[in-house]
Ligand binder design. Structure first.
Ligand code: XMP
Length: 968
């Protein structure tokens, strides 16, 4: 899983192809987190992202043109595999010394992929002269053909002389493996213990993976039992030597004569079994599970004419010889076609084979992980919370009105403030300032030592610390006297308890905050830590706390005497074995409790009484530490951790002091977010609300130019489904007033834009009386981000900043763009993960100026009503006919055209409604939707019958270009 924003599995360098985004989308569909950067990305920035593989995209340029796009050549030295696609392939061929030329015929469209590697279609059998005497001759012939082609140091009569020797060898061999394809022998390999005795492939099938396949098969069958594998190869057999060396074989010696004493120098080579296995695995898996003769999508004018040295051809297609190439040693692969385009039948497989099979990329990218990590990041950024990737992390708890977060050392002063005389008196007894400080220090020491149970209670609304809460181990002397469970013998009993304690500053008493805080701590203790029982110590005369403990389901089980200032104060000991009360909305993040729980686990082990009766801990506590993940994390921090099953043991607790300490607490601040009712801004608002609660200020402006029922639908969605308190600014009159008499479309747009900012600004001001707004949230998507730093260079206007262009200076806050890594369909998936309704997520786009640009000419209240009614009928019908999701955008336009009609016996002279529906990818181009005539007929009938004032309906059959989607 991704832990921070720099962690990228595959990085795509963009050379300007129209398909580049698809590469990232395809890979992300497989759960591989992929990002795109321009081809000129600095090598240090690439290194910082630490990708497991790099893809060079296609692009319109030619590698031999002046100023052709070139990446930093150090991308080939990063030690990770590289895949070039189209231009990327040509660049690779050119860079490594091959040649690229303009193809005689541009190849554009579908082509058939002929995979040269035959591995997938081979079968293997063990040759034995006894059972297959007829095969001997064929194998000897194969040997002859093979050496004629590859052993040019042998003369014809040498070959003839050697033939009987080979025949005898084969006859005697017990371990010869034969590769067959449709009855034809393609090659054979003989082994003796850890020695490869012979490996020959028919020349027609050289470079087609037969040798590798034979070796892989022999490895699995027998060679892998040995630590090292050895082979002897004629020094003159350059092809053979290259083959072995590519697989990691190293020279260990040379003999001047062969085993029969002839003058053929022999090189002795060796490889470790481990290395051979890994090299065999990375070979030729680019086309794993890809069918022979599948369709691929070509779009190129240039082609590779000759291969650089070290490269082999993996596939060809009709016009293109070098359709897929690779240098296995350098781990550089290249494809002439576009695997990212859907027309490439197995394109997704090929990209996945590269990312997962060759690069070893992680496939756990999904919207659940994204949502979790994004919420933590946002929380840290805005509230200054600690994030998951730090050892000091313990759970952050949330209640409807507060957050409980771990104390930072620099919170001491704030904590001291809340433990003032009045508060402490009511809690136990008055503490002097010094005592207060001592107490805090003692608590912090415990926290440092055990890593759990002392939280700062932060008011969500103000960001102020208003109290603390904790789960502490206490050693008490329980004097049973009150209730059934306690020994009636009233003998005192020493015991260790897990105590729930909380303090709320007196200024915040009487609002039920104590109950919220105590119940979330109890929930954490029972549900997360898996404790079996929980205690409270309440001073005898502290009636409110006693009442609260009882609300938590606690019963008095005895008394304990505490010593303060030389006097003894009697405390009731209350206990509960279950979670009785839970307020709504509290939750705790489930991450990174490694330190907390491992320490608690240790505590349990170190603490004899508890280990013996095992009351407090059950199995779950230790199970909850995810051994592997935690071990990885600790080793990253340079700590010695050992995983035992699912439990992590940290050898030495003092090592924690080595870890980087918490950063300074960031300012507690608020985030302003304009909500339009569209998918992106609604998802942003929901995500932010989950992260920072009421520190989000989501503002929805009702311009009066919205669709029928739009405001109500958005309000209901935020209220009922998302529980986000939406602020609605009703500005209907203002907008209508300002649009009065205005007919020019551009003027309308300008008025609407300016008025929107004005209303938004006024609303923001109300929530910024102390300057607490520090951020502005926007629904910028990944395509906008990529486009704004496209290959044309960073000088191109950055789109994400476009939208804030019209804001007044004081509102130019730091931008928060939580969707900037996501594609549109991923935003929808994220919305689903956050529990947003489908009707919201699948909405069509709606323009900012709203219905004003769908009423030709002046906008007035009466026309708005007409349009809203007609439009709602059209949309309703689309849903009814199941057509809504199949069109990209659909709406009605009220034309300033009247025409004559007849309705019943009357002649009418009324308005015309235009119905518009388009199909598009992104709205840049569009074609009108071919909606069924019966459907259009029913829409027309309903509009004319149900909307008084409309007597004619027309359907817009214009595409874009030349038209636009909207009418104004
Ligand atoms: P056109 O009419 O330009 O529309 O083909 C393309 C897409 O953009 C939307 N659109 C707008 N969106 N403010 C917006 O936020 C605008 O002023 C605006 N004008 C058009 C339109 O609905 C379509 O989806």
């Amino acid at each position: 899983m991704r832990l921070d924003s720099h962690f990228v599995e595959i990085l795509v360098l963009d050379f300007g192809s129209q398909y580049t985004q698809l590469i990232a989308r395809r890979l992300r569909e497989y759960g591989v987190y992929t990002e795109i950067v321009p081809y000129f990305e600095k090598i240090d920035s690439i290194k910082a992202k630490n990708p497991k593989g790099i893809i060079l995209s296609g692009g319109p340029a030619s590698v031999y043109e002046d100023g052709a796009y070139k990446p930093d050549s150090a991308v080939f030295d990063l030690g990770v595999p590289v895949l070039g696609i189209c231009y990327g392939m040509q660049y690779i061929a050119h860079f490594f010394g091959g040649s690229v030329v303009r193809a005689e015929a541009q190849e554009f469209g579908k082509a058939v992929l002929e995979i040269l590697n035959l591995e997938e279609s081979l079968t293997f059998s063990e040759f034995s002269h006894k059972s297959m005497p007829q095969a001997l001759e064929a194998l000897v012939d194969l040997w002859e053909d093979s050496v004629r082609e590859s052993h040019d140091f042998l003369k014809a009569n040498d070959i003839v002389a050697l033939k009987p020797e080979v025949s005898e060898l084969l006859k005697a061999s017990e371990n010869t493996l034969v590769a067959t394809d449709d009855e034809t022998f393609l090659g054979f390999l003989g082994v003796e213990h850890n020695r490869i005795e012979m490996l020959f492939v028919h020349p027609k099938f050289f470079k087609r993976g037969v040798g590798i396949a034979l070796l892989r098969e022999a490895f699995v069958r027998s060679l892998r039992q040995h630590n090292n594998i050895v082979v002897d190869c004629n020094v003159g057999n350059a092809r053979g030597l290259r083959f072995y060396k590519r697989l990691g074989f190293r020279e260990i010696g040379v003999s001047q004569k062969d085993s029969k004493g002839r003058d053929f120098p022999i090189m002795h080579l060796e490889v470790s079994s481990e290395e051979l296995e890994s090299n065999l695995r990375s070979h030729n898996i680019l086309f794993h599970n890809v069918k022979q003769d599948s369709i691929v999508w070509m779009s190129h004018a240039d082609k590779v004419e000759s291969l650089p040295s070290g490269f082999v051809e993996l596939a060809k297609s009709g016009n293109t010889h070098y359709c897929a190439i690779a240098d296995f040693k350098r781990r550089v692969y290249a494809l002439q076609f576009h695997p990212e385009v859907v027309h490439s039948e197995y394109g997704g497989e090929i990209l996945k084979n590269f990312a997962v099979g060759i690069c070893g990329a992680d496939t756990s990218w999904n919207m659940r992980n994204f949502a979790e990590s994004e919420i933590l990041k946002l929380r840290e950024k805005v509230l200054g919370e600690i994030c998951e990737n730090r050892a000091d992390s313990i759970s952050i708890l949330e209640t409807p009105r507060t957050y409980l977060r771990p104390y930072h050392l620099d919170d001491l002063e704030a904590l001291q403030k809340i433990l003032d005389e009045k508060t402490m008196y009511a809690w136990g007894h008055a503490f002097s300032k010094q005592e207060c400080k001592d107490w805090i220090e003692q608590q912090l020491q415990r926290y440092q030592k055990y890593g759990f149970g002392l939280w700062a209670v932060v008011d969500k609304a103000s960001g102020e610390i208003i109290g603390n809460a904790g789960l502490n181990y206490e050693s008490i002397t329980l004097v049973g006297e009150v209730q059934d469970e306690v020994d009636s013998s009233a003998e005192s009993k020493e015991c260790e308890i897990l105590e729930l304690g909380y303090i709320i500053n007196h200024r915040f008493w009487g609002q039920g905050l104590g109950l919220e805080v105590a119940s979330v701590c109890a929930k954490y203790a029972f549900n997360k830590l898996g404790v079996k029982e929980l205690y409270c110590l309440v001073k005898e005369d502290n009636k409110p706390s006693l009442k609260l403990a009882k609300k938590l389901g606690m019963r008095i089980v005895g008394k304990n005497l505490k010593h303060y200032k030389g006097q003894e104060l009697a405390h009731f000991v209350l206990k509960t074995n279950e979670l009785v009360l839970c307020t709504n909305g509290e939750n705790f993040n489930q991450k990174c409790e490694a330190r907390v729980e491992s320490n608690m686990e240790r505590f349990a082990k170190d603490s004899k009484p508890m280990q013996e009766n095992s009351k407090i801990f059950d199995e779950k506590t230790s199970e909850a530490v995810q051994g592997e993940a935690a071990a990885g994390f600790f080793s990253k921090c340079g700590l010695q951790g050992k995983s035992q099953g699912s439990l992590l043991n940290i050898n030495d607790r003092s090592d924690f002091s080595q870890l980087p300490h918490l950063s300074q607490k960031a300012e507690f601040s608020k985030v302003l977010c304009a909500v339009s009712g569209g998918v992106d801004s609604s998802v942003v608002a929901t995500l932010l609300y989950r992260a920072i609660g009421e520190n989000l200020i989501p503002v929805f402006v009702d311009t009066g130019l919205l669709r029928k029922g739009e405001r109500e639908a958005v309000e209901a969605m935020f209220r009922e489904n998302l529980k986000v308190p939406l602020i609605v600014a009703d500005a209907r009159e203002l907008f209508l007033g300002r649009l009065k008499g205005v007919t020019d479309p551009e003027k309308k747009r300008k008025i609407i834009g300016e008025s929107f900012i004005e209303v938004f600004e006024a609303e923001a001001k109300k929530h910024n009386t102390k300057g607490e707004i520090k951020f502005l949230a926007q629904g910028t998507l990944y395509p906008d981000v990529i486009e704004s730093v496209s290959v044309k260079g960073p000088s191109k206007t950055i789109k994400s900043h476009h939208n804030v262009g019209g804001l007044p200076e004081w509102m130019k806050f730091e931008l928060i763009e939580p969707l900037r890594e996501l594609f549109k369909d991923e935003v929808r998936a994220l919305g689903r993960e956050l529990g947003m309704p489908e009707s919201m997520l699948m909405r069509h786009p709606f323009p900012g100026p709203g219905l004003a640009i769908r009423i030709m000419g002046e906008v007035n209240a009466a026309d708005l009503e007409l349009l809203k009614e007609a439009d709602s009928i059209f949309i309703e019908e689309l849903h009814k006919w199941g057509l809504y999701d199949s069109v990209w955008q659909a709406f009605c336009v009220l034309l300033n055209v009247r025409s004559v009609g007849v309705m019943g016996d009357n002649r009418t002279y009324d308005n015309t409604i235009c119905v518009r529906a388009v199909e598009a990818m992104d709205g840049m181009t569009a074609s009108f939707s071919h909606l069924p005539h019966a459907f259009l007929e029913s829409v027309s009938n309903r509009i004319i019958n149900e909307v008084a004032g409309i007597n004619r309906v027309v359907y817009d059959i214009t595409s874009k270009p030349p038209g636009t989607i909207e009418w104004e």
